[in-house]
Write a protein that binds this ligand. Structure first.
Ligand code: SAM
Ligand code: SF4
Length: 494
């Protein structure tokens, strides 16, 4: 295929303009700055009113988020962290979900200054996995580590177009591996892939992709153009900005936004993520992002831009921005990635994160093949947390958090606006609590080390006790399912 010809045909102008109003997109840079500047030195009582609104699980207004962004008082910030943690607990209880990225191809036609996969990076060895190789990767993820969710990642290139991604996902779902007591299988394949046309997205929906995730990278029009050189597909800001709108139109209910923090002022990006959520809600009957991600720029091989940016986000600001996002879009899931080091992960997860990756490898083929240290350095970026899933889960359990491998919601139609409504009124927590216990039991039996099993069982014991007290009607059924899982049955859920 002629690459230049392919590039010309990717972007469909009318699949951008149909979502715009009077020729404008929903990011008005001047307006965002005016809101940040106009809400300086907020009164504590105003801040507390906003916190009450978040606790009622209502999306904030831009002025309200700008107010939180402007808080400087450390004491008031402690209150913000505290309420962010409460909101998280109210919507998602003490659960966390884990997943693993599955990098399938690093060929890319774009030239994003911050990414080691950019086409001009000659230090990068290019490779696209075959479907057999994808199956091998999946065997390790599902059969050895015990993951139930992956996120398929590719660069933007004709060799990894929608057809390739569809076949890759079929390959992932086709793997079923015998384990100690049952079997391992990926039950949900999400994607972090380039923006697509509505037709391509429809095809992906039909083969059963999970969440469709695209990060805007930066919401600033000007910074966006600076880091995405002209002439590349990615330099089209609006094609990317409306990627999630197109996905919803194609029938994909669960869409995920994100910004790459470090390309521009973090305060602006938080506002951009809020405006994005609000525009989706406005155009699609209240349906906002299923998750929000907030990766920070990490060093990458032969990628000097990382050291040149003026917008690096400190750990202190990072914790703040995570809490403010939690409060601004209270119903959304929030993903912290293994880009972050263990210490900062411990700080930040309690103020609002609901998902994280673990035992992550981002080299192409790196789960099933041996990677030398030199090769590992050439990955897309450098990981901050390389602990195994078992270690990460043990640490969560020690802190009273249960790791949920539940994917039932998606298979029972609890997606899109239905799940949004359940999340907003706290009812999804009900199903999730039960399924978290069942899926965690499965995982402990099939994959956990003895040490992790011990701590994990304590958490399960506490959860079962809570279910018995708070949901007595359903408790006998939970016990029955639980017994069946102990006897080797798998994938039983509410
Ligand atoms: N190529 C597709 C795209 O750009 O949308 C999808 C996959 S891309 C490999 C996934 C994400 O990695 C990008 O959206 C970007 O936010 C992130 N990324 C790129 N370079 C990074 C770096 N140096 N540090 C941290 N994250 C990075
Ligand atoms: Fe390619 Fe995505 Fe990396 Fe940009 S961020 S160079 S599009 S892989």
């Amino acid at each position: 295929m002629d690459v230049q010809e392919w590039i010309k045909n990717v972007i469909k102008e009318d699949e951008i303009t149909r979502y715009m109003e009077n020729g404008n997109d929903f990011i008005n840079d001047a307006e965002i700055w005016a809101k940040i500047e106009g809400n300086k030195n907020p009164d504590p009582s105003k801040v507390r009113d906003i916190l009450d609104k978040s606790l009622a699980i209502e999306t904030l207004e831009p002025d309200e988020t700008a107010t939180l962004i402007n808080v400087q008082d450390e004491g008031l910030f402690e209150e913000i962290f505290d309420v962010a943690a409460k909101v998280k607990r109210k919507v998602y209880d003490n659960r966390i979900v884990t997943f693993a990225p599955l990098y399938c191809s690093n060929l890319c036609v774009n030239n994003c200054l911050y990414c080691a996969f950019r086409k001009e990076n000659r230090a990068q060895k290019r490779r696209k996995l075959t479907f057999e190789e994808i199956k091998k990767e999946t065997e390790v993820l599902a059969g050895k580590m015990g993951h139930k969710r992956v996120i398929v990642v590719v660069g933007e290139h004709p060799v990894s177009d929608a057809n390739y991604i569809a076949d890759a996902i079929r390959a992932v779902y086709s793997v079923k591996v015998k384990t100690k007591h049952g079997y391992g299988q990926i039950r949900r394949a999400n994607v972090n892939i380039p923006p697509m046309s509505i037709d391509d997205l429809k095809m992906l929906r039909e083969i059963g992709i999970g969440t469709f995730q695209v990060f805007q990278e930066t919401y600033s029009h000007e910074a966006y153009q600076r880091v995405h050189p002209p002439g590349t597909i990615k330099s089209n800001y609006r094609w990317r900005l409306y990627a999630l709108h197109r996905a919803i139109e194609a029938g994909i209910d669960d869409v995920a936004s994100g910004a790459l923090f470090g390309l521009y002022d973090w305060r602006f990006e938080v506002m951009g993520l809020l405006y994005h959520a609000r525009d989706l809600e406005r155009q699609f009957g209240g349906l906002g992002p299923h998750t929000i991600s907030f990766p920070r720029l990490e060093p990458a091989v032969e990628t000097p831009f990382i050291h040149e940016t003026n917008y690096k986000v400190s750990d202190r600001d990072f914790k703040r921005l995570v809490a403010i996002l939690r409060l601004s879009v209270p119903y959304t899931g929030m993903i912290l990635t293994a880009r972050e080091r263990e210490a900062i992960r411990r700080e930040v997860i309690p103020v609002g994160c609901t998902q994280t990756d673990a035992s992550t490898r981002i080299g192409i083929g790196a789960y099933s093949e041996r990677y030398s240290e030199q090769e590992a350095e050439k990955q897309q970026f450098v990981l901050g947390d390389t602990r195994s899933l078992d270690e990460v889960i043990r640490e969560f359990a020690e802190g009273g958090t249960i790791t949920s491998f539940c994917t039932a919601g998606y298979r029972c139609g609890r997606t899109g606006t239905r799940i949004m409504d359940l999340l907003k009124c706290g009812k999804e927590a009900h199903f999730c609590k039960l399924n978290a216990v069942l899926t965690f039991r499965e995982w402990l039996d099939d994959f956990a080390s003895e040490e992790t099993k011990k701590v994990g069982e304590k958490v399960i014991g506490k959860e079962l006790q809570e279910i018995e007290e708070k949901m007595p009607a359903v408790y006998p059924k939970v016990k029955e399912y639980y017994k069946r899982i102990e006897n080797g049955e798998r994938d039983i859920y509410f």
